[in-house]
Design a protein around this ligand. Structure first.
Ligand code: GLN
Length: 540
């Protein structure tokens, strides 16, 4: 019998209300009261995972230690709590159906008709119970993706309804995140959409216990009692979630002030106890008191999308926290650098970051940005594809190998400084087949990477198919590129740097997946430190 308490979060009225951040913030608050948590995302789409989806469809793909390509909400879960999650924490309809159908083919259902209820709903429930069986956290918090009323999420709602029916209200809690819009002309907050959304939820047999209302200004007592009466939710369980201006990391504090954690604990019959929230208070103070602004250029082809480089922006802001500065982003489409004078675009930036990516569009623009950073002494941070482009730039412009390229873009280039990983050569299925997840890397002493990490062995998360081609290693090294991190067998180059430069680092992995506001990643802290220095000293 599982002892963990289950908290389910659903969303109503519309999407993008911040369910992911809400559940992450609640996880943070429960941890601050000494409880253990596990967080899980249920995505109602049929894809097995977002790994094969375009950033236009899905935003960033967040990679876990065990190499799962997951929803970017898992990034919030990790940044707001002390935990690191795995593939068990990111579930999709595709995965559920996939395993049910596989079992049906094996004959496991013994001649029965396989149906949504109970077979699909049981599979959903098993995935939730799995978290409780392995670690037995005090709380399992599950976010049901999508908006109540979507056809796709119905089996998930049915599964959690059954769980409440079986385990009762002392073990299962429902939180509904909803919108209370303000009609601008009348200046009035409107409760009707929330009433309808709760009614919709009731149609599936779910009565929410707590309402988290996204609202422009804190709900008045009148509005709370109206929502309480019409939605059948106790008045103190109606929580305001106002928009936060400065930083997303103020959200746990906002919910703490609204007593969301206390309401949850009380409803589930758990001791409220003392909250140890000092570390988060400190972070918020640091964010609010930072006076100096620095500008980091992020050069990527999806910069028009808020969420495509979510973990990169968050990690840069963590670097800002550790250096007491506010980091502003100049989002640059690399294709603009191909058309315009790079100086006009990059003249006021204090650091340039080229993030990961796939496909040829914008590659030459990224190389222009890297060349600009390298030759002008501007701090540069290249991540995955950004590192690969840095190697191409160096080979072309320092070694004079004009046709240096990656075989991802020009398969038969004469100088393939970046080429396919051997084990990737015969792969014909796209989903989940890259080099994914955590791998160790050995850092050479007396390098910039070592001075940032201050340790020889690190573990970082990967998501790529192509790599630095080893036969160019000696020439690049002689030309002034330092290979500062390699895989333990020395076959894979993980970190490159340029030593005749204030701060120029390219990494084959994704450090942005491991940075937390409480514990900023050393490379992001170092990059921002170098950018601050550059903002004082200027170009070389
Ligand atoms: N497209 C490159 C590769 O597959 C880089 C991947 C990335 O930046 N995540 O190796």
């Amino acid at each position: 019998m599982i002892k963990s308490k289950f908290i389910f979060i659903t969303g109503g009225v519309c999407s993008s209300l911040g369910k992911g951040v809400t559940i992450a913030a609640l996880g943070c608050l429960l941890e601050s009261r000494g409880y253990t948590v596990a967080l899980q995302k249920m995505d109602p789409y049929i894809n097995i995972d977002p790994g094969t989806m375009s950033p236009y469809q899905h935003g960033e793909v967040f990679v876990t230690n065990d190499g799962a390509e997951t929803d970017l909400d898992l990034g919030y879960y990790e940044r707001f709590t002390s935990k690191e999650f795995s593939r068990k924490n990111s579930i999709s309809t595709g995965q559920i159906y996939h395993s049910v159908i596989e079992r049906e083919r094996k004959g496991d259902y013994l001649g029965r008709t396989v149906q949504v209820v109970p077979h699909i709903t049981n599979e959903i429930r098993n995935r939730i119970y799995l978290l409780g069986k392995e670690e037995e956290p005090d709380f399992i918090l599950v976010e049901i993706g999508g908006t109540v009323g979507d056809i796709e999420s119905i089996p998930f709602l049915e599964a959690i309804r059954q769980m409440r029916f079986e385990h009762g209200s002392s073990q299962v809690l429902f939180i509904h995140v909803t919108l209370v819009p303000t009609i601008s002309v009348a200046g009035e907050a409107k409760t009707k959409p929330t009433q309808h959304s709760v009614k919709e939820l009731l149609g599936f047999g779910i009565q929410p216990d707590v309402l988290v209302c996204r609202v422009r200004e804190t709900l008045t007592k009148d509005l709370k009692s109206k929502l309480s009466l019409f939605c059948n939710v106790k008045e103190d369980c109606v929580i305001s979630a106002v928009d936060i201006k400065d930083s997303i990391y103020e959200i746990p504090k906002m919910y703490k002030d609204e007593k969301l954690d206390e309401v949850v604990l009380r409803n589930l019959g758990m001791e409220i106890g003392k909250s140890n929230f000092n570390e988060w208070e400190k972070i918020i103070k640091k964010i609010k008191s930072a006076q100096k602004h620095i500008t980091i250029a992020v050069v990527g082809k999806y910069i028009s999308l808020q969420d495509a480089y979510r973990s990169i922006y968050e990690s840069l802001s963590h670097g800002g926290i550790s250096n007491d500065v506010k980091v502003d982003f100049l989002k640059i489409n690399p294709e603009d650098l191909e058309k315009l004078n790079p100086k006009d675009i990059l003249k006021n930036v204090h650091g340039i970051l080229v993030p990961g990516g796939f496909g040829e569009r914008g590659i030459e623009g990224k190389i222009i940005a890297i060349n600009y950073a390298r030759t002008k002494g501007i701090p540069f941070f290249g991540i995955c594809l950004g590192m690969q482009c840095a190697v191409i730039e160096f080979a072309r412009n320092v070694l004079g190998l004009k046709d240096a390229h990656s075989t991802e873009f020009v398969p038969n280039t004469k100088n393939p400084v970046i080429s396919l990983l051997e084990e990737q050569a015969d792969i014909d299925r796209m989903g989940g087949t890259m080099r994914l997840g955590t791998y160790p890397c050995i850092i050479k002493k007396n390098t910039l990477a070592f001075s940032e990490y201050k340790q020889e062995k690190i573990n970082e998360r990967h998501r790529h198919r192509f790599e630095f081609t080893l036969r160019y290693r000696d020439d690049l090294t002689k030309g002034g590129m330092t290979i500062s991190g390699v895989s333990p067998d020395e076959k894979l180059v993980e970190i490159v740097e340029v030593h005749d430069h204030p701060w120029f680092v390219g990494v084959q992995y994704h450090p942005e997946f491991k940075s937390k506001p409480i514990n900023p990643h050393p490379l992001f802290s170092g990059f921002i430190r170098a950018a601050v220095k550059f903002s004082i000293k200027g170009e070389k």
